[in-house]
Write a protein that binds this ligand. Structure first.
Ligand code: ZN
Length: 177
């Protein structure tokens, strides 16, 4: 008398038994069980018929161009750039390194522009106080002094009237009176 546990175990291996892939021991155990169990014998017969029907079905044949079409389509999908929305573009731009500092300084400039335009006197002292501007101012003063000195010298040497006038006014007054 076969138990329910035996039936379960036999039914799990029936497909392998019908396909002939069970070991000799498994196959003999299955045969012994089937001789004494009408339920498993019935299931085995149905499985055998199904297996024969499946064997008669024609295998689906792929056209010769199918593989080429599939490969091309897959490659196209892999290479096609992913469509991106405006929001995603902004998000990607925002997380890019350097964007946020640049934007921050841009905002700072945008804030300073009205201050410079509407309050130039408030801003000018800070601008003049920079060393570069001071250096330029010093150079300009030096250059102007040099120009004055040279024109005065030229007036002395060549008798230039303007240089002579400027240089000798006190002396002229002394000699003239
Ligand atoms: Zn059974």
């Amino acid at each position: 008398m076969a138990s329910m546990l035996d039936c379960k175990k036999i039914q799990e291996g029936l497909s392998e038994y019908i396909d002939g892939v069970q070991t000799v021991e498994q196959s003999e155990a299955t045969q012994a069980h089937l001789r004494s169990c009408a339920v498993c014998t019935k299931i085995a017969e149905e499985l055998t018929q199904t297996s024969r029907l499946l064997a008669f079905l024609p295998r689906p044949e792929l056209s010769e161009s199918f593989e080429l079409k599939l490969t091309t389509r897959l490659a196209g999908q892999a290479l096609r750039p992913k469509p991106i929305t405006l929001t995603e573009k902004l998000a990607a731009w925002w997380v890019r390194p350097g964007v946020r500092p640049a934007l921050a300084s841009g905002l700072a400039v945008a804030t300073l522009v009205p201050v410079v335009v509407f309050f130039p006197r408030a801003v000018r002292p800070t601008v003049v106080a920079t060393p570069a501007v001071e250096a330029v101012a010093e150079n300009a003063e030096v250059e102007q002094a040099m120009q004055e000195h040279l024109s005065a010298k030229a007036g002395e040497v060549f008798g230039d009237s303007s240089g002579l006038l400027l240089a000798s006014t006190p002396a002229g007054r002394e000699t003239g009176s």
